[in-house]
Design a protein around this ligand. Structure first.
Ligand SMILES: Cc1cc2nc3c(=O)[nH]c(=O)nc-3n(C[C@H](O)[C@H](O)[C@H](O)COP(=O)(O)OP(=O)(O)OC[C@H]3O[C@@H](n4cnc5c(N)ncnc54)[C@H](O)[C@@H]3O)c2cc1C
Length: 369
């Protein structure tokens, strides 16, 4: 049977960031993914925004790791030439009632140590973004955009440089503790296999709970319930009327950030994501959503020509909170939590997981396995 030092399950942003941080020459690190391409799930189905870290509860992991991750991510992009841009984001109050929401967000941002938000008057907003209607706004200059595909490739290249190996089309079905590590049982290209590893990281994203339930010795009480929440996008055909990212007020409990406008690095504008709790992973986008999307967008972009909206793509958030519940935090579960040496589980890594990925990897590296 093959014996390795470290098994990383999942080649999304989290698995790859951890592989890039943990792999060392002279040690064997294997990254496996069930799919035929890296980043096939949430890591390629998101807004590609480098978040500033303004919405999360100040003492949460989300707040701490978003802030730290944001700075690490900008430095990484510079160092490894990953296309990105500090494009800045405008958070827009569309009426007087929303001014107090804006003030509360500014207050929360300060509590989270985000001290660069600028208050923007109606007049300033008009000169910054003539197509946007609003009575007041906050400008977040440290919000940016990233080419997430090139980012994932750069993480993989770093991991491989340090001796890691990636195997795709390979699913881990079951984990079993041994006296000196773990047995991982799975199938690769349809062929069953087992291997022995000293350490194992479950970075399975939407499927992390499934594997955790197939981890012998891990009590089911310690596995947080997964609530899938789909987020759908519409693309905007034609030239973008905006030069910043434009956000409305977030939904209650920050379930979603409201149907916002983001640009990718090619200047393509898209609107979304919305929020829809679902029973199964579903990546479809119902064209019938055009009207509700247009209504939400017209609140801050009244001149929208809805014939330019085209159904885009969707992603699914691995939430740990139900609709109406306060937002749950990221969970980095180690032997201190479950008593099983050598095993780390990542649960609930929804937004801002892409931004926080390098900071999460740093936390994982600091765990005494
Ligand atoms: C709609 C939406 C918008 C978002 N926007 C942003 C944003 O703008 N900025 C931001 O910072 N974050 C954003 N996020 C969050 C961010 O995309 C995620 O936090 C991040 O991509 C999660 O990465 P991951 O590696 O945990 O999961 P994934 O990318 O889903 O990777 C997990 C991988 O594990 C594999 N896998 C699972 N189980 C097994 C198994 N048993 N065996 C082998 N392989 C397995 C899967 O095939 C998958 O490839 C958004 C998320 C969504 C849904």
């Amino acid at each position: 049977m093959d014996k390795i030092d470290r098994l990383i399950i999942g080649a999304g942003a989290l698995g790859l960031a951890c592989a890039a941080r943990l792999a060392k020459p002279g040690e064997s690190t294997l990254i496996v993914d069930n799919e035929k391409l890296i980043g096939s799930h949430t890591s390629s189905r998101n807004s590609e925004v480098i978040h500033a870290g303004i919405y999360y509860a100040a003492d949460s992991l989300k707040a701490q790791l978003c802030l730290e991750g944001r700075d690490r991510l900008y430095a990484w992009c510079e160092k490894y030439h990953v296309p990105h841009q500090r494009i800045g984001k405008l958070l827009v109050a569309v009426n007087d009632a929303e001014r107090s929401n804006l003030a509360a967000i500014a207050e929360n941002a300060k509590a989270c140590d985000v001290n660069d938000l600028q208050s923007i008057s109606q007049q300033q907003l008009h000169s910054l973004e003539p197509a946007v209607r609003g009575v007041e706004a906050l400008l977040s200059p440290s919000t940016g955009i990233i080419d997430s595909h090139t980012y994932l490739q750069s993480l993989l290249a770093r991991a491989e440089h340090n001796g890691a190996q990636l195997v795709l089309d390979t699913r881990i079905e079951r984990l079993e503790p041994t006296s000196d590590g773990w047995l991982a049982h799975g199938s690769s290209g349809g062929e069953p296999f087992s291997l022995h590893t000293q350490q194992v990281l479950n970075a399975g994203g939407l499927f992390a709970q499934q594997l955790a339930h197939n981890t012998h010795g891990l009590s089911a009480d310690l596995i947080p319930t997964l609530h899938l929440c789909q987020g759908r996008y519409f693309s905007y055909s034609g030239r973008s009327p905006f030069s910043h990212l434009i956000y409305p007020m977030p939904e209650a409990n920050a379930t979603g950030l409201g149907i916002h406008a983001t640009l990718d690095l090619a200047g393509q504008l898209r609107f979304g994501p919305d929020t829809r709790y679902v029973e199964q992973v579903d990546y479809s986008v119902d064209p019938g959503l055009l009207e509700p999307f247009a209504q939400a967008i017209r609140r801050y972009f009244p001149k929208l020509d809805s014939s330019r909206l085209v159904p885009g793509y969707s992603g699914v958030r691995p939430k740990l909170s139900r609709l109406g519940e306060p937002a749950a935090d990221f969970v980095i579960q180690t032997s201190t939590d479950h008593g099983l040496q050598g095993l780390i589980n990542l649960f609930g890594i929804e937004s801002p997981g892409l931004t926080a990925s390098l900071a999460i990897a740093e936390r994982v590296a600091g765990v005494n396995l």
